[in-house]
Design a binder for this molecule. Structure first.
Ligand SMILES: *[C@@H]1O[C@H](CO)[C@@H](O)[C@H](O)[C@H]1NC(C)=O
Length: 187
């Protein structure tokens, strides 16, 4: 007896439906975005977390703890370099008195130290050493706070206050995502 022709047709339709739901760009963008939101919800600054990832890795191929952390680290690195360039421009300009220029120069150094600490944090991630990773990220937060404290000490309003605040928040987000990694060095 001949097989009814409906069976292969149904199978084909089923396959088409499956593949379109898997490949449909809107559907996959939504689940990608939801996955990023899921990770960023575990941070203290979720909006900033999403924005950082979108800027650093507009097309993150796979979303997991390791790739989200790498994207947040890349974003913090870029933002610190941006802040340092801003500080360099402000210090080189003629808009500030000698004291403020001196404080700006200190902050340029602190931004440089923050970049070194971030580099060490990245190495610790590669080496599967969460203790060093978290110590380096915490040191980075202190670098930004020390920049602010210099201005506070002389009662000068820091032109870098918003930069330092954003950078602290971004680094705090790195710490939060890093803590989701499995403790035994598994990333
Ligand atoms: C950073 O954190 C401070 C203090 O919690 C908050 O007031 C500020 O809005 C945050 N900034 C960003 C960009 O998340």
């Amino acid at each position: 007896m001949r097989r009814p022709p409906t069976t292969p047709l149904l199978l084909l339709l089923l396959l088409l439906a499956l593949s379109s739901s898997l490949l449909h760009p809107a559907a996959s963008t939504t689940s990608h975005e939801n996955l990023l939101k899921f990770f960023c919800k575990h941070t203290n600054f979720a909006q900033l977390c999403l924005k950082s990832i979108h800027e650093a890795e507009p097309a993150l191929p796979t979303v997991n703890t390791a790739t989200v952390l790498a994207a947040l680290i890349k974003a913090a690195d870029a933002k610190t370099r941006e802040a340092r360039a801003v500080a360099q421009n402000l210090a080189a300009g003629s808009g500030f008195n000698a004291r403020t220029v001196e404080l700006l120069r200190d902050c340029i150094d602190f931004y440089g130290e923050a970049l070194d600490h971030l580099e060490s944090a990245k190495e610790a991630v590669r080496a599967g050493d969460p203790g060093t990773r978290d110590a380096m990220l915490s040191a980075m937060i202190s670098d930004f706070s020390t920049c602010d404290e210099g201005f506070e000490e002389f009662g000068v309003k820091s032109p870098l206050a918003v930069w330092c605040q954003t950078l602290r928040n971004m680094t705090d987000n790195c710490l939060a995502i890093a803590s989701l990694a499995r403790p035994q060095g598994g990333y």
